[in-house]
Design a protein around this ligand. Structure first.
Ligand code: HEC
Length: 480
């Protein structure tokens, strides 16, 4: 049926949303400028070329799409000076088909974001994390190729309802980490040549206190024997070397159908929080430090433990065993764990485990939700706090000198003047000769700058505390 043009016009005027627009960005133009002109529902298409910028997406339902032409895709290049490649703070955002490289903090960071999709990207040498949804829910990270970071290439920090599927993660301290999360499916990934391949860690001091329902299935976890190159005093500096899959303090992890081989300390390692982190970090009294309800169904474990290192070597020195095991439970207080067979592999520390009654986890198809999570409402306070954590805290903190001056100095210069502070960060002039210049934060909308300005002026400088440096882990999502 053909509609009368006038009817179409009337229908368009009646419809509550303008039709989605497509914005095209070509080499030499700014991706961020196009994002700033887009409205919820729009697509920003980026042609091949090299873009040296940080793209901040603060609005909902934007698709940021690289266009592949003749085998070339768009490159976001931080030239080893910019901090983040893409920062997502809007719900329902899709990012696909980019090459993101040479940033110093994160490749693609999603803070407190719901209903996200990150797929078919290549992310290389982006500092701490490559793809890191944090305090984010209901998302997909799939078909990405990621390498060269000193924490986790894919880092799901305090996430819920996330699928991590068919990625290649290599050349990092960890390939994939589920940190203090719930409802996570890690399936079909190729994870190789990291210090630890896949990690499920309950981290002390973060806002979530529990973990659970995490399925690690049908992954290839091979030759994770890289020397740990994170700063030794940082939390990732404690990640063991030569381990296929490491579980620390995290509950309800199910392992099935994984090919785990050639990891020279151990194939699967289970430890309590104190053994994993206790040497450098205070434990969290609100968290249960032991591993509970792990299920190890059938996996292919072969050729692990040939040359144990670090934590596993220390454990073996006490036990007198000749080589590292396929499976090591180094936590005698772990409880409620089950295993498919105690004889199929070289398994140590599993005497107190039961045999699994149910043989498979295949009933779990996805951890994502059937319908998107409803739009959130953040108060100005939450917006200010979350922007501080996501953007500013990588360079400023309450008690000392990072890349920029400490909070106390900012408070002194802008006392009672949040508007002036909000204006200054959009176009910084030189203030402190003993620091480098600050990159303009003009991509942040005025409302956000004002909210973060008010937040900084209200911060209480605190005494140096023994808290873990997990960037971004304190975002307040209570407005979700
Ligand atoms: C990439 C690092 C970086 C980020 C991100 C960053 N800053 Fe800065 N900031 C600096 C540096 C470096 C200086 C010192 C520049 C100068 O004083 O000339 C500075 C200086 C400042 C000053 C002036 C200091 C003074 O003496 O009063 C304020 C205010 C400030 N930053 C606020 C912020 C806020 C708010 C954010 C987050 C929206 C932020 N900065 C994000 C690096 C950064």
């Amino acid at each position: 049926m053909k509609r009368h043009p006038l009817l179409c016009l009337v229908l368009a005027l009646l419809s509550p949303h303008a039709p989605a627009a497509v914005h095209t960005v070509s080499a030499g133009q700014s991706i961020l400028a196009a994002v700033k002109q887009s409205a919820p529902g729009d697509t920003v298409r980026v042609m091949p070329g090299t873009y040296v910028e940080t793209v901040y997406i603060d609005r909902d339902n934007i698709t940021l799409q690289g266009v592949m032409v003749g085998g070339e895709r768009p490159v976001l290049d931080g030239r080893n000076t910019l901090k983040d490649g893409i920062l997502v703070a809007g719900d329902g955002v899709t990012v696909e088909h980019f090459l993101i490289r040479n940033y110093t903090a994160n490749g693609l960071n999603l803070q407190g974001v719901n209903n996200f999709v990150v797929r078919h990207n290549i992310v290389q040498d982006t500092g701490i994390y490559a793809i890191n949804p944090e305090l984010s829910r209901n998302g997909l990270v799939a078909y990405n190729r990621i390498s060269g970071v000193w924490d986790a290439a894919i880092y799901c920090g305090e996430c819920m309802d996330v699928d991590i599927l068919y990625n290649e993660a290599f050349g990092s301290v960890m390939g994939i980490e589920s940190q203090t999360s719930q409802n996570v499916l890690i399936e079909g990934n190729y994870v190789h040549d990291n210090a630890t391949g896949i990690a499920a860690f309950l981290i002390p001091g973060v806002s979530r206190k529990t973990t659970g329902n995490t399925v690690i299935r049908n992954n290839f976890v091979v030759h994770n024997n890289r020397a740990n190159f994170a700063p030794p005093d940082s939390m990732p500096g404690l990640v063991p070397e030569g381990v296929g899959i490491a579980i620390a303090g995290y509950d309800e992890v199910t392992l099935e159908g994984n090919q785990i081989n050639g990891n020279q300390s151990a194939g699967i390692l289970l430890v309590d929080q104190a053994t994993a982190f206790g040497s450098n970090f205070a434990l969290d009294p609100a968290q249960d430090p032991t591993v509970n309800s792990a299920r190890i169904y059938s996996n292919m474990l072969f050729g692990n433990g040939g040359e144990p290192l670090g934590l596993v070597a220390a454990y073996l020195a006490d036990s007198g065993l000749p080589r590292g095991p396929d499976i090591l439970d180094a936590d005698p207080t772990s409880a409620g764990n089950c295993i498919y067979s105690k004889e199929a592999w070289f398994a140590v520390g599993v005497d107190h485990w039961s045999l699994c009654a149910q043989p498979t986890a295949t009933a779990v198809a996805s951890m994502r939700l059937a319908a998107p999570i409803a739009p959130r409402t953040w108060s100005d306070d939450q917006l200010g706090r979350n922007t501080w954590v996501a953007v500013c805290s990588a360079c400023h903190n309450e008690n000392g000198y990072l890349i920029g001056p400490p909070v106390a100095r900012i408070q002194q210069d802008f006392v009672g003047a949040p508007e002036a502070l909000a204006a200054w960060i959009a176009a910084p002039t030189r203030m402190n000769a003993d620091f480098p210049p600050m990159p303009p934060q003009d991509y942040l909308p005025e409302k956000t700058r004002l909210a973060v300005a008010r937040h900084v002026l209200g911060l209480q400088p605190k005494a140096a505390a023994n808290t873990p440096p997990t960037a971004g882990s304190n975002v307040d999502e209570s407005g979700n």
